[in-house]
Design a protein around this ligand. Sequence first.
Ligand SMILES: C[S@@+](CC[C@H](N)C(=O)[O-])C[C@H]1O[C@@H](n2cnc3c(N)ncnc32)[C@H](O)[C@@H]1O
Length: 273
Amino acid sequence: MAFRLFEGKEHAAVYQKFRFPPPEEIKNTVLKYLDSKKKKPHVLAVDIGCGTGQVSRSLAPHFEKIIGVDISEAQLEEARKETNLTNVKYIKCHAEDLPADDGSVDLITAAHAAHWFDKEKFLKEANRVLKPGGCMALFGFTTEIDFSFPGVNPGRLTDIFEEVRQFINTYSHEENELMNFKSVFFITLLKLFFVCYRIENLPVKRPTSVSGAVGFIESFSVYQCFLRAEPSAAKATLKRIHQRFLEEMGVSSADTELEILMKYYCILTRKPE
Ligand SMILES: C[S@@+](CC[C@H](N)C(=O)[O-])C[C@H]1O[C@@H](n2cnc3c(N)ncnc32)[C@H](O)[C@@H]1O
């Protein structure tokens, strides 16, 4: 089943503005894994479900060429605006039908994206394009997200966020897809092609302003589904969370910094030689 939840131009602009780049810890782990499993040079990386290109751009210093691919033209348009890197190209295509020759790719990444793919077809395609010894990193943040600010009771801002999330989650497919992604079926399939190594719940702190935190929530595909279904209610919900954060923090400026704690998973795999 294909999900097309990232097609809107406004969503893509919000995505570009408020989504965080990949954590250094994850990027370094992926590159170290690749170095340990495959001899240099690392020529080609393909970043699948690249969205507005945060991961594709971060790989630029480490590869001769990076291809970011996505099914959403709106996301790719934002990605193209952001880069003057000559070794990063963006192509519209499906994860299940990649624009790369057999055995030509050193690294595949898919950040916050692989749970949306047709998992069986995608893994066959990844296996086709990877070089023997080539690696794949599937990573993202989990649904466990904490917000904090000095002097505010621990958990209080997170409770406000959770209240809103429970409410908008009625529009979500994502939780189910994340469950499928971690399911025995998927892991078994993955092991058929690749040698696997998993990192679970790597904590990453993100300092951001109140408007940044609210913008981050706005970038969620589930919020965008809510916005399409009930525009006034969705906008009012965002406004309310913004207001409640400021009140709890006892501040008036939306530029005030709070901290978001996110937990990352990363599945590292290598195609046997
Ligand atoms: C949550 S976004 C992640 C974007 C980016 N990787 C990041 O880390 O911010 C998921 C992206 O996957 C793309 N996507 C979903 N299904 C896809 C498929 N079958 N093939 C290619 N891209 C897909 C969506 O269009 C969307 O841009």
